[in-house]
Design a protein around this ligand. Structure first.
Ligand SMILES: [Zn+2]
Length: 377
């Protein structure tokens, strides 16, 4: 009870049920994790908690957490709320070079994540796309090779235990002269088929579809909404996967800033099976600190600007702060994790309310029962 369930069982049970699973990346857990769990419980929604390699690793990442720290904090919240249908996802296990060192490093992280009880893994070798190759198969060969090696590694280490597997074909947020680089249906199919041929069967595929990670700003440094996700292209990729008999659906990365009414009305639920929301929760925490922890907020603001303003000439303070404050989380870890009960209670209430809206917009209400029933069989 209250331990994370295998991501595979969640994905399999919710495949083509018109549900996007909320995958909450909670860089600051106090209050927030409990609020999200409470919303999931009240609305009978499956939920995932995730954290990326850059944020949380054996060297504490930029959030100041190791995999066991994140796992402990999320499990504690699950126990307090007494919630069962959730999975713990290791997001963006990234291999930028694919060198033996790179692979070894990823394996050490995976060891720690398995030890910490993660039940789902995202291997991201999308950077290894070979732009010099005109043939898609050749361009994707390195990504397929490295993703296979790591997926097999997880499989061996997990023994008989099933686990969730997400793989990544297009680099999220990548741009060229003509704008966002988008994953084509053909590319997605070649990639998944290549993995299947090697005996690797992911349930989820991350694609480049116009979304970017984190907060987005206009040329004046004002925070703006994200409306760049290419819905027709996303649908086309999902259709190609289905038409080829591949049991893989899409993970939407970088949802922060996307208007929820848009998610509710135009996001293709079912084509998308997983919706990653990260920076959104960090924004709530910082907004709350402005009132409840003004000293902490002021110190984090000053630290971030002092460190990142010189690296971003010509950018407004607001933007420099919004894009780089994540790096202050490790520096201020003890103060963040030592905030008073009044602050945590407010964070919990806000996270609860916002998670409810996401679960509604994602069509995920009632999804926990579907998973529960499938697991009984
Ligand atoms: Zn992502």
């Amino acid at each position: 009870m209250n331990e994370p369930i295998p991501g595979k069982e969640m994905f399999d049970a919710l495949m083509d049920k018109g549900v996007i699973i909320l995958a909450a990346n909670v860089r600051v857990t106090p209050g927030v994790a409990r609020g999200i769990f409470r919303a999931a419980k009240d609305l009978d929604s499956a939920v995932m908690f995730e954290i990326a390699m850059s944020e949380c690793n054996l060297d504490y990442g930029y959030t100041g957490m190791r995999p066991c720290d994140y796992s402990d904090q999320i499990k504690e919240a699950a126990e307090q709320v007494e919630y069962d249908i959730w999975a713990l996802h290791a997001d963006h296990i990234t291999l930028k070079k694919g060198t033996p060192d790179d692979v070894e490093n990823a394996k050490r992280l995976i060891d720690a994540q398995i030890e910490a009880g993660f039940t789902s893994y995202a291997i991201d070798a999308s950077y290894l796309y070979d732009v010099t190759q005109s043939d898609l198969k050749a361009a994707l060969a390195r990504n397929i090779e490295i993703t296979t090696e790591l997926a097999k590694y997880i499989e061996t280490k997990m023994g008989d235990e099933p686990f969730g597997l997400e793989v990544e074909v297009g680099e999220i947020g990548k741009k060229n002269e003509s704008g966002h680089v988008l994953t084509t249906p053909e590319e997605a199919v070649i990639f998944v088929k290549g993995l299947n041929k090697n005996g690797v069967y992911p349930q989820v595929l991350a694609i480049a579809n116009g979304a970017s990670h984190g907060n987005i700003y206009d040329e004046h440094g004002n925070l703006v909404e994200q409306v760049s996700i290419d819905i027709p292209q996303t649908k086309a990729v999902a259709k190609a996967l289905r038409d080829n008999g591949l049991n893989v659906r899409i993970a939407q990365h970088g949802i922060t800033g996307t208007p929820r009414e848009l998610i509710n009305t135009v996001f293709p639920k079912g084509d998308l099976i997983k919706g990653n929301v990260g920076t959104f929760w960090q924004n709530i925490v910082l907004d709350t600190y402005k009132v409840y922890q003004p000293e902490l907020y002021k110190d984090m603001y000053a630290w971030t600007l002092q460190k990142y303003k010189p690296k971003n000439p010509g950018k407004a303070d607001n933007e420099v702060f919004g894009k780089n404050v994540k790096y202050a989380l490790k520096e201020y870890y003890d103060r963040i994790h030592g905030v008073d009960e009044e602050t945590t209670a407010s964070l919990e209430a806000l996270a609860y309310a916002e998670a409810r809206v996401f679960i509604k917009a994602f069509g995920s209400k009632g999804s926990a029962s579907i998973v529960r029933d499938a697991m009984k069989k």
